[in-house]
Ligand binder design. Structure first.
Ligand code: FES
Length: 99
């Protein structure tokens, strides 16, 4: 058996902790799209806020999920925001269609 220096084992433990952190975050529940503040940064890849998504829908510029993506570019990066973006689009389109 090869012995490992204590500092190397410490580094491995730190790396293991870093690798497990995103998985834990991914398991957390999505926020409620209906209660997001306009300033909420929805898409970190393209810096799109919930307010910008609401604006393109309420102005009539976007009438579908694809329109919102085309108008704002939200979801054009890693895709991690797409589920919450979809929730917000549904909430906002429902508001527009029930006016
Ligand atoms: S966070 Fe929106 S595409 Fe990455």
């Amino acid at each position: 058996m090869v012995s490992q220096p204590a500092s190397r084992l410490g580094s491995l433990e730190a790396l293991r902790a870093q690798l497990s952190a995103p998985a834990a975050a991914a398991d957390s529940p999505r926020p409620d799209a209906a209660t997001l503040a306009d300033e909420f940064l929805l898409c970190h890849c393209t810096n799109v806020t919930a307010g910008e998504v609401r604006e393109v829908i309420q102005s009539g510029e976007a009438t579908s999920f694809d329109d919102v993506q085309r108008c704002t570019r939200a979801g054009d990066g890693c895709g991690k925001c797409v589920p919450l973006l979809g929730d917000l689009v549904v909430v906002e389109l429902n508001k527009v269609t029930t006016r």
